[in-house]
Design a protein around this ligand. Structure first.
Ligand SMILES: Cc1cc2nc3c(=O)[nH]c(=O)nc-3n(C[C@H](O)[C@H](O)[C@H](O)COP(=O)(O)OP(=O)(O)OC[C@H]3O[C@@H](n4cnc5c(N)ncnc54)[C@H](O)[C@@H]3O)c2cc1C
Length: 545
């Protein structure tokens, strides 16, 4: 069975090997960067959705490519699994331990911006660099990457974003995160280093394509093929002009029909749509102090004091009542080289949205999204401290309305159970370039929070949130609902980002593709040490426990 681990005969040998592994890792990264404290282990043993089958045995945090390569080699040589972790902001069990002989590979020290080469229009970062840090470094130079981050970008990393692919900023024009990649430097399970792309005489990457697209193989691999150590991304001049417009629709189907046509026309650089359920949650969560901060950011973002004043006045006048309670709001952002070009795009979008039945509403949320793109990650918990978990499908433009109808039908069959257990749902929708729409149902349910939630939320916000008691019945209902949603996505032929251990990727591949992928895994990681179970590669036999 390719991709499976050659297990030691006696599992206790592995536990006995731990002190020796710790000593080797101390030599490689220094004693401060190998952790076994309870708080650290608990933080690294669950993601936003679930605890792993087992806790991680220890955490190692390399700081350089050399340390990374030697640490990964030492861990796999000792017979342990490697679970790479960026910021841990995912929810498909992508980095949690498959078994108790797992080392969490903490990428947070590898957060440097290594090289901005404006003359070649590329930037190279270590994979643990956050999207916010990347954008802050590029903004003063008037530069940006085409895809420029997910909404979790205050914490989430470029390496995490490429490993499971991302939607959001820039995705409306430029597609997902991997479509902005020029080259990757990767570490294999045995510590060898792979460098992709066309590189100059000094080894600096400047162009992605040189023979087969090797970088593409590792984008969306969820860390199962190799560890991303360094990433070179394409640069572009930051667009000088922005425009915003928003519409409310009476049904999800009408809104998705409009979004599909806007995507075909290539108009918005970002879109963000909700259903009435998610609108209610967002409005309930927003705090007065948050409103004031946001107002300041929106005003500052406008190109003149007059435009700023106008935007501020509109926000104040509209309050939070600008979205009809039962509507499906679609918030759109536009960008371009000239004000006239942006205004033409906004006008074209208006024609499309109105023809599809949309009514124009205040564009406050679109402005807020642009003015404060990487907000604190307070939304990992609901407004009353409930748990939160999205699940998503990527659907062809023409298929989105029908997919929504099918999901609504499913949720109608579960409505009584949801009400009994206090589960509420909402939806988020966005588009990817001229090709696809993401439909993302979101669940809220009363349940205990984990260390990862507490570390993500701002302390002042956390202090205001009630703690919820463990609620296995509600959690089981949400797990079942997620399973049924994933089945609807599979029937509709959806694709997925953030595959982790949550989506049936393996089952969706034809036999020849899966055999190719298995052979690739066996070549890159013959012991199955990297993130066992992720993407559907066989778990290493009986190792669990
Ligand atoms: C509030 C909130 C908002 C969000 N908004 C968005 C959004 O707008 N768009 C979006 O796409 N997602 C969004 N997400 C989901 C998530 O944050 C992103 O998918 C993000 O890319 C995760 O990055 P991370 O660094 O936290 O990765 P992690 O969660 O740490 O890891 C993700 C996966 O990548 C692997 N991995 C991490 N680093 C490496 C590496 N260097 N080499 C190899 N494998 C690696 C891990 O093993 C795991 O399988 C959101 C999440 C939250 C909590």
């Amino acid at each position: 069975m390719a991709g499976a681990r050659a297990l030691p005969d006696d599992l206790s040998n592995l536990s006995a090997a731990l002190p020796c592994l710790i000593a080797s890792l101390h030599d490689i990264v220094g004693t401060d960067h190998v952790r076994r404290d309870g708080a650290g282990l608990s933080l690294h043993s669950a993601d936003i959705w679930a605890r792993g089958a087992a806790g991680v045995a220890l955490i190692v945090a390399p700081g350089t490519l050399d340390e990374l390569s030697r640490a990964v080699a030492a861990v796999s040589e000792a017979g342990f699994s490697v679970a790479p972790r960026g910021a841990g902001m995912s929810y498909t069990s992508g980095y949690v331990a498959a078994d108790r002989h797992t080392v969490s590979l903490d990428m947070s020290r590898m957060d440097a911006i290594l090289d901005v080469r404006a003359e070649d229009m590329v930037v190279t970062v270590q994979a643990g660099c956050t999207w916010v840090a990347l954008n802050q470094a590029l903004a003063p130079l008037g530069l940006r990457t085409p895809f420029w981050g997910p909404m979790s970008g205050l914490r989430s990393t470029v390496g995490g974003g490429l490993s499971q692919l991302n939607a959001m900023f820039g995705a409306g024009h430029y597609g997902t995160s991997s479509e902005s990649v020029v080259a990757l430097t990767l570490v294999l399970a045995d510590g060898r280093v792979i460098r992709t792309g066309a590189r100059d005489a000094e080894g600096r990457a400047f162009y992605r394509h040189y023979g087969p697209d090797l970088a593409g193989l590792f984008c969306g691999d969820c860390g199962a093929f190799a560890i991303k150590a360094e990433v070179t991304l394409r640069l572009m001049r930051a667009p000088a002009h922005e425009g915003y417009v928003a519409f409310s629709f009476s049904s999800g189907e009408a809104m998705l029909g409009a979004l599909a046509e806007l995507a075909r026309a290539g108009l918005p650089s970002e879109s963000c749509a909700f259903d009435p359920g998610l609108t209610r949650v967002r409005m309930a969560r927003a705090s007065l102090s948050g409103d004031v901060k946001t107002l300041g950011a929106v005003v500052a973002r406008q190109r003149s004091w007059y435009a700023g004043l106008l935007a501020g006045l509109r926000m104040v006048r509209g309050g939070r009542s600008f979205v009809p309670d039962d509507g499906y709001p679609l918030h759109l952002v536009f960008e371009g080289r000239s004000a006239a070009g942006v205004q033409e795009d906004v006008a074209a979008a208006r024609r499309i949205a109105v023809a599809a039945g949309g009514t124009e509403i205040e564009s406050t949320i679109a402005k807020v999204i642009r003015a404060a793109p990487f907000p604190p990650l307070n939304s990992v918990l609901g407004p009353a401290g409930e748990r939160w978990a999205p699940v998503h499908g990527i659907v062809a433009l023409s298929g989105a309305p029908d997919l929504f109808t099918r999901l609504q039908r499913l949720f109608a069959t579960m409505a009584a159970d949801f009400a009994r257990h206090g589960v509420s749902i909402g939806y988020l929708f966005t588009h990817l370039s001229t090709n696809a729409i993401i439909v993302e149902p979101v669940f809220y349910w009363p349940d205990e929070r984990f260390a990862v939630h507490e570390s993500a939320v701002e302390p002042s916000h956390l202090a205001r949130l009630p703690s919820q008691a463990p609620n296995p019945a509600a959690a089981a209902l949400v797990a079942e609902a997620r399973r049924q949603v994933v089945a609807v996505f599979a029937e509709a032929g959806c694709g997925h980002f953030q595959i982790g251990r949550a989506y049936p990727y393996r089952q969706s591949r034809d036999a020849a593709s899966w055999s190719l992928l298995t052979a690739v895994k066996a070549t890159l990681d013959p012991q199955g040490a990297l993130n066992p179970g992720v993407l559907g590669f066989d778990r290493p036999g009986e190792r669990a426990g």
